[in-house]
Design a protein around this ligand. Structure first.
Ligand SMILES: Nc1nc2c(ncn2[C@@H]2O[C@H](COP(=O)(O)OP(=O)(O)OP(=O)(O)O)[C@@H](O)[C@H]2O)c(=O)[nH]1
Length: 460
């Protein structure tokens, strides 16, 4: 993709910087728009398609950080790349900007070549992230929402709907005797039939209806702002269209039919799961009645519902029996796994921070804590000797090292203490202050290491 397809918003109150940036970016082939304050930037993002924002840190009105925070509070801008530009390289500001969601931080005066390289990287990352998000939410065969995405979107739609006044309808669809298509013509032809069916589905529903493939040949649709009667008509029209559909795959002509179950949320306090269950009951009834028909959940009489529920209870009893058997066979192994779910408690370690660094993987977090212990256990004594011998170089080195590694395991007090000592040494603070900070760092470090040793290292 060439740069010309990307638009960069430059936000800088200094007219000269703004002009130089516009010149450099335009020369590199970007489309550039600019403004001189945070609020104007927020307004421009509403009306323009922007791929990246270059945001000055210090501006009158909203500061760069405040503007960044306001933009990133909106979910729709989570993937928008924002590079902060600042004359200051204060490390706390860099950290604050990155934590608020900035893609990068560039110190002014910038080197054009480096700034352009960082812009290219940030845009590439944004595009890759969007691509991954699309793949994670889409059914690869038909291009509609996959099961997870359907549930997420329809749950959001349901919470945004006032059930007393606004209708929301859930539809379940299942191609009849689809197994025969696969058995007679092969899986590839079956796939083509699924794609043609979804094309037909897409034509019959509105752009804003939520279409999902929730199982192999099972589909669901969530419709808002539509009465059940109207939804029934749309489904009936679709059913007839599917019946008339001629699908040609590998020179074979295939005809299919579809069974459809529908239910409305109006007046009910039900989750999407429960509504899908009702639509599925109606669909099951359509299959039982001979297939190729649309049935509304309200048409089911009590007898049918009771039968469906008792079938389900029986299925659940069978399933739980299977689980019990499996647990019996697994024996103590299973218990061991449950043990590993216990939370990790180490003095001075915020396990929430540590776990979030490793995507909540407890086993990995424990391993990292043990590695941290092994890598730094000698540093406890080294720090004490450096204090006793007033060895400033080693004190500085250890403070710097601990500042770099402690936050990754969630040892946040240790991080703060190491950071305080590191900057106190840089700022040539007096010996009393340094001695206090050293003493506090040593105590905290010993506490964390002793606790890791007791909880994880000795435990084996
Ligand atoms: N080609 C293809 N087949 C799939 C896919 N996912 C599921 N299936 C097939 O869909 C078929 C579903 O069969 P069944 O659940 O027995 O139902 P059916 O034959 O449609 O019969 P009824 O639903 O009772 O009308 C199975 O043969 C699955 O292998 C897919 O992605 N591609």
């Amino acid at each position: 993709m060439s740069n010309i397809e990307h638009t960069i918003l430059v936000v800088d109150d200094a007219k000269d910087t703004q002009l130089i940036l516009e010149f450099d970016l335009a020369a590199a082939g970007y489309q550039v728009i600019a403004c001189d304050n945070g609020q104007a930037a927020i307004d421009m993002l509403e009306s323009e398609e922007v791929d990246l924002v270059l945001l000055d840190m210090y501006m009158p009105g909203l500061s760069g950080l405040e503007t960044l925070e306001k933009i990133k509070q909106q979910d729709k801008y989570l993937n928008l790349s924002i590079i902060m530009l600042s004359a200051s390289n204060d490390e706390d500001e860099v950290v604050a900007a990155l934590e608020l969601g900035a893609a990068d931080y560039v110190v002014k005066p910038y080197v054009t070549k480096i700034l352009l390289a960082r812009i290219r990287t940030a845009i590439k990352l944004k595009e890759k992230t969007e691509q991954l998000e699309y793949l994670a939410k889409t059914d690869f065969l038909t291009g509609i929402h996959n099961r997870g995405s359907f549930f997420e979107l329809s749950t959001n739609a349901l919470s945004a709907t006032d059930r007393a006044t606004q209708p929301l309808v859930i539809v379940m669809l299942d191609i009849d005797h689809f197994k025969r298509v696969n058995d007679n013509y092969g899986h590839d032809v079956g796939d083509k039939v699924l794609v043609s069916f979804v094309e037909c589905l897409t034509k019959h529903f509105r752009d804003y209806d939520i279409l999902g493939r929730i199982g192999g040949e099972e589909f669901a649709v969530c419709l808002t702002n539509i009465t059940t009667e109207k939804a029934h008509l749309v489904c009936e029209r679709l059913r007839k269209a599917v019946e008339k559909l001629t699908i040609i795959a590998d020179d074979i002509t295939i005809n299919i039919t579809v069974s459809i179950g529908i239910t409305a949320a109006q007046g009910k306090i039900l989750s999407i799961d429960a509504l899908l269950k009702q639509a599925d009951d109606a669909l099951y009834s359509a299959k039982e009645n001979g297939r190729n028909q649309v049935i509304d959940f309200t048409e089911l009489d009590e007898k049918v519902i009771n039968k469906l529920n008792s079938d389900e209870v029986e299925a659940n009893i069978n399933a739980s029996h299977t689980i019990e058997l499996a647990q019996h066979h697994l024996g103590s192994h299973e218990e061991g796994e449950i043990m590993s779910q216990e939370s990790i408690t180490i003095d001075g370690v915020d396990s929430q921070v540590g776990l979030s660094n490793v995507l909540e993987d407890e086993a990995l977090f424990k391993e990292i804590l043990v590695m941290f212990y092994q890598d730094h256990v000698d540093d406890v004594n080294k720090l004490q000797s450096a204090i006793d011998n007033q060895d400033k170089n080693t004190q500085k080195l250890l403070a710097h090292t601990l500042k770099g590694v402690s936050s990754s395991v969630g040892a946040m007090v240790l991080f703060e203490k190491a950071k305080a000592l590191d900057s106190a040494i840089d700022n040539n603070n007096n010996d009393d202050i340094l001695a206090t900070l050293l003493h506090e760092l040593s105590l905290e470090f010993t506490k964390v290491m002793t606790s890791i040793k007791k909880s994880l290292v000795l435990e084996g």
